[in-house]
Design a protein around this ligand. Structure first.
Ligand code: AMP
Length: 192
């Protein structure tokens, strides 16, 4: 099993690069943002709760988010057998610790963390542009600003956590999609 975490601020290219990774490595992709947006679309109870956080740019509370992820892993035990691309999870140190425990129970671990590093000004430009097409309730300037704040205070400390675990591969996330993907492949292949 090869487990990859794709890590970075909103707008850093996690989704775009995940698509390439799925194609290239045949891993199972779990985007927690997509899981939540699907609940919102279907109008589930969880969707209602999720929407109240997402639309204001806040994180879903850890305990709830960890349970949601555990459920996705359990329900897709066979499909995730070869390995998983975790996209948008973990976003806090507590989530990272929970992920470690969940994978250890399956005799597995995180093998590499791909950290897409992009300056804030570029992130804002990209997210504002995406908002014109995505229809996402959180791609407006006010919510984007809040999401970046939340990223810097709650999520970016994970960089040091994974550096300490010897798992963090820093990738320059500015430039062409192809050249960024080539850098990612080098980091992945070195650990496969
Ligand atoms: P994303 O599609 O990854 O940008 O996620 C969109 C939104 O979903 C985030 O801004 C959060 O509100 C919520 N979300 C997604 N993943 C997580 C997570 N791991 N922990 C908490 N909230 C999350």
């Amino acid at each position: 099993m090869f487990n990859l975490v794709i890590f970075g601020a909103p707008g850093s290219g996690k989704g775009t690069q995940s698509e390439r990774l799925i194609e290239n490595y045949g891993l199972y992709h779990i985007s927690t943002g997509e899981v939540l947006r699907d609940h919102i679309k279907r109008g589930t109870e969880l969707g209602k709760i999720a929407d109240s956080y997402i639309s204001v740019g806040k994180l879903i509370p850890d305990e709830l988010m960890i349970n949601i992820l555990a459920d996705v892993l359990d329900k897709n035990a066979e499909a995730t057998g070869k390995g998983v691309i975790f996209d948008g999870f973990p976003r806090t140190i507590e989530q990272a610790k929970a992920l470690k425990t969940m994978l250890a129970k399956r005799g597995s671990q995180v093998n590499v963390v791909i950290g897409l590093e992009v300056p804030d000004e570029e992130l804002v430009d990209r997210l504002v542009k995406r908002g014109k097409e995505s229809g996402r309730s959180d791609d407006n300037l006010e919510t984007i600003t809040k999401r970046l704040e939340v990223y810097h205070s709650q999520t970016s400390p994970l960089r040091d956590f994974y550096v300490a675990e010897g798992l963090y591969a820093a990738i320059n996330g500015s430039g062409s999609i192809d050249s960024i993907f080539a850098d990612i492949c080098k980091a992945v292949d070195a650990r496969m």
